[in-house]
Design a protein around this ligand. Structure first.
Ligand code: ASP
Ligand code: MG
Length: 243
């Protein structure tokens, strides 16, 4: 038995069919006897749509209220995924950032994770439930909702993997790993089995969208091995670790 943290990005949960595809990946891993803590992003373009809605009302909205709004996207994903997993007949619970003790700084829209208590996650895992956690969001010392910056759900996943001392952190996206070049542009780009934290960090900082830069920093600091996988194929993916 292993304790696994999985994270699925927005395109992996964009519609009902994809939600069920991911629910199957999660429940298959659970059925093998593993403990599963799963982080989700907002569906498809939800975050951009929420930003557009805010701009319609007030283009100068405070960052606090933007965080209140944007955190809704991830909350929708975890509730819908929990409903799908319930339908498949597995025990599951969905939890927001504040419920898992994702304590952050008060820098709204770009908060930094300070401490993850995870008590509730541990309790739920002990009850043999699949635990779904809203990515990208936390809570500050005033009890206000914060967000971690665009793409921040990767960082939620790595922070949980470190706090739960999980055996692995699997990050599922719509690409099946790290390539020497963009495979959509350069067809014979080669996939890397593994990439060092520092090289991945350089890629993330240069604008590669595959992983949130902070998630790579956090993984490096806590020696969390990240497995980058595709939710659309069974390809072996790439690992991000010390090489
Ligand atoms: N939903 C947020 C975003 O679109 C966070 C994430 O996807 O990781 O940036
Ligand atoms: Mg992302």
């Amino acid at each position: 038995m292993a304790r696994i943290v999985q994270k699925f990005g927005g395109s992996s949960v964009a519609n009902a069919e994809r939600i069920f595809r991911v629910a199957k990946i999660i429940t298959d891993a659970y059925a093998k006897g593993n403990e599963l803590c799963v982080v989700l992003s907002a569906q498809g373009d939800t975050t951009d749509d929420l930003i557009a809605k805010a701009e319609e009302i007030n283009p100068n909205a405070s960052k606090r209220e933007m965080d209140m709004l944007l955190a809704c996207g991830e909350q929708m994903s975890i509730a819908l995924m929990a409903m799908a997993i319930e339908k498949l007949g597995y025990p599951v619970v969905s939890l927001c950032g504040w419920q898992v003790g994702m304590n952050t700084s008060s820098t709204h829209s770009f908060a930094r994770i300070k401490k993850v208590t995870c008590e509730r996650v541990r309790e739920e895992l002990d009850k043999k439930r699949i635990v779904l956690v809203a990515g990208f969001q936390g809570i500050d010392k005033y009890g206000d909702v914060t967000t971690l910056g665009r793409g921040g759900s990767d960082t939620t996943a790595v922070a949980l993997a470190a706090a739960l001392e999980s055996d692995c952190c699997e990050i599922y996206t719509d690409v099946d790993g790290i390539y020497t070049a963009d495979p959509r542009l350069i067809p014979d780009a080669a996939k890397l089995d593994a990439i060092d934290y520092r090289d991945m960090l350089a890629l993330a900082e240069a604008g590669s969208q595959v992983l949130h830069a902070k998630s790579v920093e956090l993984a490096m600091a806590n020696s969390v091995v990240i497995h980058l996988l595709s939710s659309f194929t069974d390809a072996p993916g790439s690992q991000v670790r010390a090489l």
